[in-house]
Write a protein that binds this ligand. Structure first.
Ligand SMILES: Nc1ncnc2c1ncn2[C@@H]1O[C@H](COP(=O)(O)OP(=O)(O)OP(=O)(O)O)[C@@H](O)[C@H]1O
Length: 262
């Protein structure tokens, strides 16, 4: 694997070094390294089973890594439990939304506020950002449509005033117009200094919303950085090795032979 270090001079909020994780004997992450800058959106892409959800779960503390380190604002949080990471500002919106169906939308949002982190997000600012959620505030979460549930899940995460927001498959199963509305809220979230790591199946959507992209292939990094062509991305996504140096930043490439060895 080749790496050319980036030197953008921006503050690194989250740094992942050679992260490994797996399920029993099955390795799901095989030495992932990445950096998330303050206020940056990084899209993690890759085919089914590439390790995207495992990466987010490991960053949120829901899965213990088998190797490597996670640094948050320079401190080693590799062994920090999930609830402490949430209190520290790393908030995961998991695939499948996981709201409390018998509670109203507003009650779900108030659960998000239970980390008691201070910041600009409270009920009124979240409702202003997401009018769809405001309109549904008195509804039971169990009665919402898929898009409304996803919007509510993001709104609940915002109530924690996250420093790092981890979004897993925001668009899964939603109509394009609904996906557009959800992604439209990201720039404003980002502008408050929150860093966003978004897992997205739709590569074009991922590129549209992110500053940088990180492609996983069978648990390893096949491409990372910005300014790639669709051909380069699809080669990394499906497994043909590519080599490319971006104008601005890090580039990591992995060819098929290296993947076999790792
Ligand atoms: N609970 C689990 N038990 C055993 N193996 C698992 C489990 N969850 C994931 N895996 C395996 O770990 C690997 C990585 O899965 P992961 O869900 O992280 O991939 P993904 O990129 O998020 O895929 P998808 O887009 O399908 O969600 C796959 O081989 C998957 O089969």
């Amino acid at each position: 694997m080749r790496e050319a270090p980036a030197s953008s001079g921006k503050e690194i909020v989250l740094e992942v070094q050679q992260l490994r994780a797996g399920y029993g004997e099955l390795p799901a992450l095989r030495g992932i390294s990445l950096r998330l800058e303050r206020g940056e959106t990084l899209a993690v892409i890759g085919a089914n089973g590439a390790g995207k959800s495992t990466l987010l779960k490991t960053l949120a503390g829901q899965m213990a890594p088998t190797g490597g380190r996670i640094l948050y604002n320079g401190a080693d949080i590799t062994r920090m439990p999930a609830h402490e990471r949430a209190r520290a500002g790393i908030i995961l919106v998991p695939e499948g939304r996981r709201l409390f169906p018998s509670l109203t939308v507003e009650e779900n949002l108030l659960v998000g506020a239970s980390t008691k982190r201070r910041g600009q997000w409270d009920l009124s600012s979240v409702y202003a950002l997401m009018p769809l959620v405001a309109e549904r505030r008195s509804r039971s979460a169990g009665d919402l449509s898929g898009g409304e549930r996803q919007a509510t899940a993001i709104a609940r995460a915002l109530m924690s005033n996250p420093e790092v927001l981890l979004l897993d498959e925001v668009s899964l199963g939603l109509a394009p117009a609904v996906i557009g509305q959800l992604y439209a809220s990201l720039p404003e979230i980002q502008s408050t200094g929150t860093s966003i790591l978004v897992v997205e199946q739709d590569v074009r959507q991922a590129l549209a919303v992110s500053d940088e992209v990180h492609c996983l292939l069978q648990g390893a990094t096949s491409l990372a950085g910005s300014g790639f062509t669709m051909d380069e991305i699809s080669a990394a996504y499906f497994g043909a090795g590519v080599a490319h140096v971006t104008p601005t930043g890090t580039i990591t490439t992995l060819d098929a032979a290296e993947l076999e060895e790792s």
